[in-house]
Design a binder for this molecule. Structure first.
Ligand SMILES: C[S@@+](CC[C@H](N)C(=O)[O-])C[C@H]1O[C@@H](n2cnc3c(N)ncnc32)[C@H](O)[C@@H]1O
Length: 181
């Protein structure tokens, strides 16, 4: 049930549950936390947020994937969630004080960005994070090596608490960075 292939809705861009749970742990997700995934897709990360007893907020451009995330979250025993179809780089949760952000922005060819450059989307979103997250709140973001999210985070002057590389297969290594605000 937790693995993408066993969920009620499946899409190849969905994150696997083990990496999603590790990222939630690095972001300090706790029962009752308010947690955003601004590129939520079919909800791989959102399902782990909900499984930890936190409130999951998901944003995605793609209406079909938002509906898929709803199907997956609704299939869980208990889940508290909100889903918004929107562009995360001008996201409508700007005034909310989030406890955590856990996300896996678009990379490669599986996720459509409707013509935007993924790297620009991510940078624009990251610039807005300090206005959305509470003091002491944490972000955990997973990038691909060509996007170099770690470098972007350093350029923005954020305080990195953890960085790790996860080899998915010979052609794909995911880079995970956690940041405290
Ligand atoms: C790698 S997938 C996300 C996987 C997902 N976080 C999970 O846990 O399964 C990236 C997602 O970003 C979405 N996306 C692309 N451009 C976007 C934008 N400007 N705003 C919000 N979502 C966007 C795509 O539709 C896709 O679902």
């Amino acid at each position: 049930m937790r693995d993408p292939g066993r969920k009620a809705f499946f899409h190849p861009s969905m994150m696997n549950s083990q990496l999603a749970r590790a990222m939630c742990n690095l972001a300090g997700v706790r029962p009752g936390s308010i947690v955003l995934d601004p590129f939520c897709g079919g909800g791989g990360i959102l399902c782990e947020i909900a499984a930890l007893g936190a409130r999951a907020i998901g944003i995605d451009l793609n209406w079909r994937l938002i509906n898929g995330a709803r199907t997956n979250l609704s299939a869980m025993f208990h889940s508290d969630f909100s889903l918004i179809q929107a562009d995360a780089s001008s996201s409508p949760v700007g005034k909310q004080r989030l406890d955590c952000i856990v996300t896996d922005p678009p990379y490669g060819r599986i996720s459509s960005t409707r013509g935007a450059k993924a790297v620009d989307l991510v940078r624009t979103f990251l610039e807005r994070v300090p206005d959305m997250i509470r003091i002491g709140g944490r972000l955990c973001i997973c990038g691909s090596s060509d996007m170099n999210v770690g470098e972007m985070i350093l350029e923005l002057g954020f305080a990195v608490t953890n960085r790790l590389e996860v080899r998915v297969h010979s052609g794909l290594t995911r880079e995970v960075s956690a940041v405290q605000f």
